[in-house]
Design a protein around this ligand. Structure first.
Ligand code: GLN
Length: 483
């Protein structure tokens, strides 16, 4: 049976209720597409058995009219989100063969609402990167131009949605890893407010920045997923007890907003001129629609990336210390002996970590250890914490007067393989427009509103006030239809 391509959950759900398609057929057709597109390397594993079992159950529930809210949602997980009884590796050799002992809260919630989890997607190792070139399991190709990167670190998840290998995916965003690949692949990517979605069961990179969020083909599906995955969780004390609104019910609002756009971003010399032009076009359309758009100064752009890299590497050096070749994951077979002839514990650590981690992860662990070391703590870590506070205060100051900040997601479109991988600083500058939302903990979305003359898409980003996902999603939906 040939199953058509679906662009939204509501379209799938009407197909399910009209009996035009079953959830099993739908799942089978996505599995077939994943295999046909294996050259993209977007999926590390298809959860064929559990996905089809779940799909069968969903079909029974549809018949009995007891199906959950996400029935028909065929969703993939980034390979750093745990699903009990399934492998998870953060695309690292150090977690080779590791199987999750429990499911992430987001996974439990998706399953409880009858989503089908179809597989796990490739990413940069431990979510560190902007091109997916740092995966120990090979690069992911951008489905729109296979000579180019899909972005990172949620590159596999984003490529999978863009290539229609699943309807949606969950990614994680510590400094732009949902939004930047969404921009490069022409899909929607939302990073929720820090604390909006539980991080329980997400493999930690930098815990005060990490957030799980949806990657979808449209804003409505992002809203529906958020309604399910967001909210209080006893397993994550940073998950907020703020009630979760019915985000998708707020669509169609005709509210007029005040929007700031940052002069320093738009005039940043690294920004591709066509992206700048598109932002101007959007501001003109919005002004004509009765919204108020104003230019605002934010002379701190140069501090964003350094602050992000000092703090996240410090947190990563601590979070990744658990991968020691002892309790789980990779243990080197080349352990040296002590003079007494027994295996040396220090050698277990050194050899397992040296062989198990890739270059970028090692670079960040070393950098993080350095900024936390006693002689340099004040000069780097503690100073970066103070700058983080300043950046938070200055950004929140803007958001007391405006509903949203409008800015580019990325300085350019998807680049070619190898183009930036030899120069970490050039790669880190990819994050210039995305890290502000993570440093400040604010929600931000990338919308596929740009098309470059080189044929590639680019995203436009909106940052909102803390926990203002409802306005952010409804306005994003409006932008997608009006700009
Ligand atoms: N590109 C950024 C980095 O390399 C963002 C990563 C992320 O959000 N996980 O750290």
């Amino acid at each position: 049976m040939i199953v058509k391509s679906y662009s939204s959950l509501s379209e799938i759900q009407s197909g399910l209720t009209n009996g035009k398609v079953s959830c099993v057929e739908l799942t089978q057709s996505y599995i077939k597409r994943i295999h046909e597109n294996s050259h993209l390397n977007a999926f590390l594993e298809v959860f064929e058995i559990s996905a089809l079992e779940k799909a069968k159950l969903v079909d029974e529930k549809v018949k009995a009219k007891t199906a959950g809210k996400l029935a028909g949602m065929i969703i993939a997980l980034k390979d750093n989100i745990c699903y009990k009884g399934h492998k998870v590796s953060a695309s690292s050799k150090i977690l080779e063969g590791f199987e999750s002992l429990y499911s992430a809260t987001v996974v439990e919630r998706l399953l409880a609402e009858d989503a089908v989890i179809i597989g796990r997607c490739n990413c940069d190792e431990f979510a560190m990167g902007s091109s997916n070139e740092n995966s120990a399991l090979g690069k992911v190709l951008n489905p729109l131009d296979t000579n180019r990167v899909p972005g990172g670190s949620s590159g596999g998840s984003t490529a999978a949605v863009a290539a229609d290998l699943c309807l949606a995916a969950l990614g994680t965003d510590t400094g732009g890893s949902i939004r930047q690949p969404a921009s490069f692949c022409g899909v929607v990517g939302l990073k929720p407010t820090y604390g909006r979605v539980s991080r329980h069961g997400a493999i930690a990179y930098a815990s005060s920045f990490d957030q799980i969020g949806p990657i979808t083909k449209n804003v409505e599906d992002a809203a529906l997923i958020m309604e399910v995955i967001a909210g209080k969780d006893n397993y994550d004390s940073t998950a907020s007890s703020e009630p979760v609104p019915a985000y998708s019910n707020n669509f169609g609002s005709t509210k007029k907003y005040k929007i700031a756009y940052l002069k320093d971003c738009i005039e940043s010399p690294g920004l591709n001129p066509e992206i700048k032009t598109r932002i101007h076009e959007i501001t003109t359309t919005l002004t004509a629609g009765g919204h108020k758009i104003e230019v605002v100064d934010f002379p701190y752009l140069d501090y964003l990336v350094p602050t992000y890299y000092v703090l996240t590497t410090a947190e990563a050096s601590s979070n990744l210390s658990r991968y020691a070749g002892v309790t789980y994951g990779y243990r080197s077979p080349n352990i040296a002996n002590t003079p007494e002839g027994t295996a040396s514990l220090e050698s277990v650590y050194k050899k397992s970590r040296s062989e198990g981690f890739g270059t970028e992860v090692k670079r960040r662990i070393m950098l993080g250890t350095f900024v936390l070391s006693s002689g340099y703590y004040d000069a780097y870590y503690s100073k970066a914490q103070r700058v983080r506070r300043l950046l938070k205060d200055k950004t929140n100051e803007i958001l007391t007067n405006y509903d949203f900040i409008l800015l580019p997601t990325t300085p350019g479109t998807a680049f070619e393989f190898g183009h930036k991988s030899a120069d970490p600083i050039a790669m880190y500058l990819e994050d210039i427009f995305t890290v502000q939302a993570n440093i400040t903990g604010l929600p931000a979305i990338s919308l596929p509103l740009g098309k470059h003359s080189n044929g590639l898409p680019f995203g436009i980003q909106l940052v909102a006030k803390s926990f203002a996902e409802s306005d952010l999603l409804s306005f994003s939906n409006h932008l997608m239809t009006s700009c």
